[in-house]
Ligand binder design. Structure first.
Ligand code: PRP
Ligand code: URA
Length: 216
């Protein structure tokens, strides 16, 4: 399990606590998901390669490192993963973005793929799969299998809240893939929701919760 990175920064913990609160409004929820993505990305990008380029400071010419963003691709799992993309792009603006649409069947909790649009030459890029929630692991495992079908070799998965069941399933399936977890929760309930979790992340990002107040 040494490819699992439990992130432990107080700022990250603080923001995830506010995210969980059922009284957090949609606009704040969305902003927090973005900020959390930045903090997690900072950790997950630690091993990105750099290339030395020549620049000129006011003093002299020098070779200094840059990240080649065109070699990086963010792939959010729709819908909730979309909330993490802007934060990631703020850090690596030249990165590419692919999209994978998946929803969990309400009865079986199995993922159903409904959309897939990936950039050309994705197979040679460093791909960061994004989804705030790792519950049973079904969606992220299917997403990785799709990426592998396209020949992608370098994949990392970044989630915000994970259940132990999902972490185990994902790591059993892909022990070679680095997994970044913002918070490890207690368990899944009988509807496969994470406890204590934050509820339905997609609904909270996009304001599609039925009992939301009009001002929320
Ligand atoms: C949520 C979440 C993950 C998935 C995690 O999506 O964003 O994609 O559930 O659960 P799993 O690990 O058990 O597969 P959901 O199916 O609710 O779709 P949505 O984002 O479109 O609401
Ligand atoms: N998807 C969510 O949005 N929340 C959960 O708790 C589990 C899956």
């Amino acid at each position: 399990m040494n490819n699992i990175h439990y992130l432990n920064h107080p700022l990250l913990k603080h923001k995830i606590t506010i995210l969980r609160d059922k009284n957090t409004k949609t606009i704040d929820f969305r902003q927090l998901v973005k900020e959390i993505a930045v903090l997690e990305g900072y950790e997950a990008f630690k091993n990105l390669p750099t290339i030395d380029v020549e620049i000129e400071t006011p003093i002299e010419k020098t070779f200094q490192p840059l990240i080649d963003g065109s070699n990086v691709c963010f792939v959010p799992i729709l819908r909730a993963g979309l909330g993490m993309v802007d934060g990631m792009l703020e850090m690596i603006p030249t990165a590419r973005v692919g999209h994978l649409g998946m929803y969990r069947d309400e009865v079986t909790h199995m993922p159903v793929e409904y959309y897939c649009k990936l950039p050309p030459e994705i197979s040679s890029k460093q791909v960061f799969l994004l989804d705030p929630m790792l519950a049973t692991g079904g969606s992220s495992i299917d997403a990785v299998n799709t990426l592998k079908k396209y020949g992608v070799k370098n994949i990392s998965f970044i989630c915000i809240i994970a259940a132990p069941e999902g972490v185990k399933a994902f790591n059993d399936a892909f022990p070679e893939i680095p997994l970044y977890v913002g918070a490890l929760d207690r368990c899944l309930n009988d509807k496969a929701y994470i406890c204590p979790g934050l509820g339905d992340c997609g609904d909270r990002i996009f304001g599609t919760v039925e009992n939301l107040k009009k001002t929320n």
